[in-house]
Design a protein around this ligand. Structure first.
Ligand code: FES
Length: 108
């Protein structure tokens, strides 16, 4: 059975905006757009940078790495703009009341 872990309160994430959390030892970015929350790995797959410190574009559901400008789709972790070539892991998310829970990786 899938394990979900409470990692934040919904109102701790700006709307729209993002927040870095730790999920089972991994740094993960939570991205909020209204009542929807997406979870994606937070360390850029290109080099060492936190995507939650980059520019989040809620209309595009995309975040731009602050170091070299790679853009990732926060829904499926895919790369939209190089130089990164490897996708980010994404995770299942559940909202229960005002709590945000993150579950297993979706794109293993
Ligand atoms: S570290 Fe993110 S694009 Fe280079």
């Amino acid at each position: 059975m899938a394990t979900f872990e409470t990692v934040a309160k919904l109102d701790e994430i700006p709307d729209p905006g993002c927040k870095q959390v730790v999920v089972r030892g991994d740094l993960v970015g939570l991205y909020r757009v209204g009542e929807d929350v997406y979870a994606m790995g937070d360390v850029c797959t290109h080099e060492e940078a936190y995507l939650t410190e980059g520019d989040f574009e809620p209309d595009e559901l995309e975040v731009e790495c602050p170091l070299h400008g790679s853009c990732f789709n926060i829904v499926d972790g895919s790369v939209r703009i190089l130089p990164a070539t490897q996708p980010e892991p994404t995770y299942e998310v559940k909202i229960e009341g005002d709590l945000v829970l993150v579950g297993p990786r979706r794109n293993d």
